[in-house]
Design a binder for this molecule. Structure first.
Ligand code: HEC
Length: 270
């Protein structure tokens, strides 16, 4: 074979290994291209059979609990027997209702007499807590004070207060934001039973009777005028109305005999 037929390879490029120069870039890339990236953990595709199996198990579990849990319920250990409605809160008694209303209405008075009923000596406003006027046996003077107001000196528990006046609270055309008879009854019942006070409730009828008896009154009361009024039953003229004997006899005759007998016994027992 003649020498000149020999294919001579191109001269090898001079390489500088210090510069990281290598033989054949193509060779090196080919090796890289053949390789797959390293598998990463956690990114494997999920087996669909496993998904189906898990779903099926969950469904079966729910079905099983719903049907074979012995009627266990979330309120199993509740003290209220199953199926029984929660007992309604005990209804408010009429007294509680009156006191609640009265406490609300007392906001009108608290500006002067203060929330705790102690009054305000700096402004010459007497106390309601423990006051002998508030705790009087009957509400007739008290009702007058609230209906028409109070003026001039007044002795409360032995101490004289003067220099300030209390405004009227009667509801009238000129004073539409005043208090109606029911409201006065409630607020008086409240002040007679708040802050340690203890006295009988004031009924709407009692307030109405005083309101009737004083319907022409426009001026505020003075202490002397109030002291002239009996603390209770003062709505009727002194001595009371004469007994309507004929009417009474008629009423008594309407009663069945047993009732009449009971009534007589009750009167004799007194
Ligand atoms: C503007 C302030 C003011 C308001 C509001 C007010 N009072 Fe008075 N009250 C007075 C003054 C002042 C006196 C004393 C009047 C006097 O010295 O003649 C008084 C006296 C009284 C008295 C008799 C004295 C005593 O201490 O027991 C009673 C009872 C009373 N007030 C109840 C009430 C009630 C109930 C209300 C709310 C409906 C009320 N007051 C709202 C200022 C007020």
């Amino acid at each position: 074979m003649p020498d000149d037929k020999k294919i001579t390879p191109p001269p090898a490029p001079t390489l500088n290994p210090d510069l990281g120069e290598q033989h054949d870039v193509g060779d090196i890339h080919a090796a890289l291209q053949r390789e797959k990236p390293d598998p990463e953990e956690g990114f494997e595709p999920i087996n669909l059979w496993l998904v189906a199996l898990t779903g099926g198990l969950l469904f079966w579990g729910g079905y099983y609990l719903a049907n074979f849990s012995g009627r266990f319920e979330a309120n199993e250990y509740s003290e209220i027997p199953r199926g029984q409605a929660v007992a309604a809160a005990p209804a408010e008694t009429p007294e509680q209702k009156t006191l609640r209303l009265g406490a609300q209405l007392y906001n009108n008075c608290a500006a002067c007499h203060l929330a705790d009923g102690t009054g305000n000596p700096a402004l010459n406003i007497p106390p309601l807590a423990g006051s002998d006027w508030v705790l009087a046996d009957g509400p007739d003077r008290l009702t007058r004070i609230v209906l028409h107001g109070l003026n001039g000196p007044i002795k409360v528990n032995g101490q004289v207060w003067q220099g300030n006046a209390m405004n009227p609270w009667k509801k009238t055309a000129e004073n539409p934001s005043g208090l109606a008879d029911e409201e006065i009854a409630a607020v008086l019942s409240y002040i007679r039973n708040a802050w340690g006070n203890k006295a009988s409730f004031v009924t709407v009828d009692q307030v109405r009777a005083v309101n009737e008896a004083t319907k022409d009154r426009t001026e505020p009361w003075t202490e002397a005028e109030l002291l002239a009024v009996p603390v209770s039953g003062g709505a009727a003229p002194a001595g009371g109305a004469p007994l309507d004997l004929a009417g009474l006899k008629g009423e008594l005759q309407k009663l069945p005999p047993e009732e009449l007998k009971k009534l007589l016994e009750a009167i004799q027992a007194k």
